[in-house]
Design a binder for this molecule. Structure first.
Ligand SMILES: Cc1cc2nc3c(=O)[nH]c(=O)nc-3n(C[C@H](O)[C@H](O)[C@H](O)COP(=O)(O)OP(=O)(O)OC[C@H]3O[C@@H](n4cnc5c(N)ncnc54)[C@H](O)[C@@H]3O)c2cc1C
Ligand code: FES
Length: 342
C-alpha cells in the first residue's frame, strides 16, 4: 500500500511523492530526492515542521513538546520526520522548493483539440507524452510555453488529475500572444511544453457547505474540482455562481448540468453583466449571493476570475461583514509585458 503525498512549497511549486505503509513523510521524500528541511530527524528540533491540510496520519508520541506543541498539533501542524500517513495527504512545506533540491516538473505534450467555444473562450486539450507524470490538485494551474519562444502563460486545469489528456479553458484576448497563437496558428499535432503544477488554489476536504464563484474562464478550475467531486461524491451543499459579460460567453453549461445530475448536492446559477441581455439573472455574481448559499458564513468560499472581479467580490464580502470559515481565491493576473521577466 502506498499513499500519494502532495508537498506544497512556499514558492507555489507542488511535488507529489509516494509514501509506503509505515514510512515517515521525511523518509519517503528523501527516497524520492526531495530533501525536506530536517535536523535531528528524531522529533526533537522542530526543523521539519509543516502543516497538513488534508489526510489521515499518525504522529506517534515520541516527539518533544518543544518540537511540536499540543496547540500546534491541534491546528494541523506536523513534524514530517514523525508523520506516518494512513491516507493520501496534502502538506504545506514552509520553504521554497529550491531549498529542498527539488523543482517544478517539465512535461511535453501534443495539442489534441483547439476549439473556439465562444467569441471569448477557447478550449485547449493536450495529450501528455506517454510516461509523463502529471499529478496535480484540482484547482491548480500550469505554465504553458507560447510556441515560438515568447515566454509562457499560466492556465488552470479544467480536467481532473490523472488523465493523459489535460484540458484548459482560455480567454481569447484580442492581440494577446497566446490568444493569437491559439486562434490563428495552433493545429492538432503541435508540440507544447508545460511546467508545473503550481498554486495554492485547490479544493480542500469538504466538511461544510461550499460556495464557488467563477468569472469568465475562471470557471476552469471549478470544472476540474467538480470532475473529481462527481467521482468521489459529497453530502455537503455546493453552489456555483458563474458570471460572464455577455450571453454568448456562457460556456460549458452542459457540463455543469451533468455535474448537477451526478452530484445531488450541487447546484449552480449563471449571471450576465450585459444590460441588453434577456438573461433571468443580470449584474455581477455579488448581486446573486442569497442567504441560502451563504449559510450565515459557515461556508468555504472558492473564487476565481480576472483581477477586477476577484477584487470586487473580496470588497463585497468585507463591506457586508461576511466572514466565511475559509476563503480561497485565484486571480488570473495577466503576464508581464514582453521583455520583462516572466
Ligand atoms: C495563476 C493563473 C492562472 C490562470 N489561469 C487561466 C485560465 O485558466 N484561463 C484563462 O483564460 N486565463 C488564465 N490566466 C491568465 C493567462 O495566464 C493569460 O494572462 C491570459 O490568457 C492572456 O494571455 P495572452 O497571451 O492571450 O495575452 P497577453 O499577450 O499576455 O496580453 C495581451 C494584452 O491583454 C492584457 N490582458 C491580459 N489578460 C487580460 C485579462 N484577463 N483581461 C484584460 N486584459 C488582459 C495584457 O495586459 C496585455 O496588454 C491565469 C493567470 C494566472 C496568474
Ligand atoms: S527533524 Fe527535528 S523534529 Fe523533525
Amino acid at each position: 500500500m502506498s499513499y500519494t503525498i502532495a508537498l506544497n512549497f512556499e514558492d507555489g511549486v507542488t511535488r507529489f511523492i509516494g509514501c509506503k505503509e509505515g514510512e515517515t513523510v521525511l523518509d519517503a521524500a528523501y527516497r524520492q530526492k526531495v530533501n525536506l528541511p530536517m535536523d535531528c530527524s528524531d522529533g526533537v528540533c522542530g526543523t521539519c515542521k509543516g502543516h497538513c491540510e488534508q489526510g489521515e496520519f499518525d504522529m506517534g508520541d515520541e516527539y518533544l513538546e518543544e518540537a511540536l506543541s499540543d496547540e500546534e498539533a491541534a491546528e494541523g501542524q506536523v513534524l514530517t520526520c514523525q508523520m506516518v500517513p494512513s491516507s493520501d495527504c496534502v502538506i504545506q512545506v514552509p520553504v521554497a522548493s529550491s531549498l529542498c533540491k527539488t523543482q517544478v516538473g517539465k512535461i511535453e505534450g501534443t495539442l489534441a483539440v483547439v476549439e473556439q467555444l465562444s467569441e471569448d473562450s477557447i478550449e485547449l486539450a493536450v495529450d501528455l507524452d506517454e510516461g509523463a507524470e502529471l499529478a496535480f490538485l484540482p484547482g491548480q494551474y500550469i505554465h504553458i510555453d507560447v510556441p515560438g519562444g515568447e515566454g509562457h502563460r499560466s492556465y488552470s486545469f479544467s480536467s481532473k488529475p490523472g488523465e493523459r489528456r489535460a484540458t484548459f479553458l482560455i480567454r481569447n484576448i484580442p492581440n494577446g500572444v497566446m490568444s493569437g497563437y491559439l486562434t490563428r496558428q495552433a493545429k492538432v499535432g503541435d508540440r507544447l511544453s508545460l511546467t508545473g503544477p503550481l498554486g495554492s488554489f485547490y479544493l480542500r476536504e469538504i466538511t461544510r457547505p461550499v460556495l464557488m464563484l467563477a468569472g469568465g474562464t475562471g470557471l476552469a478550475p471549478f470544472l476540474s474540482m467538480l470532475e473529481q467531486l462527481a467521482e468521489k461524491g459529497s453530502d455537503q451543499p455546493m453552489h456555483l455562481i458563474y458570471g460572464v459579460n455577455k450571453d454568448d460567453h456562457l460556456v460549458k453549461v452542459d457540463a455543469l448540468d451533468a455535474f448537477a445530475e451526478k452530484l445531488p448536492t450541487f447546484t449552480y446559477s449563471t449571471v450576465v453583466v450585459d444590460e441588453a441581455s434577456q438573461h433571468p439573472r443580470k449584474g455581477y455574481v455579488t448581486h446573486h449571493m442569497d442567504a441560502e448559499v451563504l449559510h450565515d458564513g459557515d461556508i468555504d468560499v472558492y473564487l476565481c476570475g480576472p483581477p477586477p472581479m476577484v477584487d470586487a467580490v473580496l470588497k463585497h464580502f468585507d463591506a457586508e461583514g461576511i466572514v466565511p470559515q475559509s476563503f480561497h481565491y485565484e486571480k488570473f493576473t495577466p503576464n508581464q509585458a514582453p521583455g520583462e521577466a516572466s
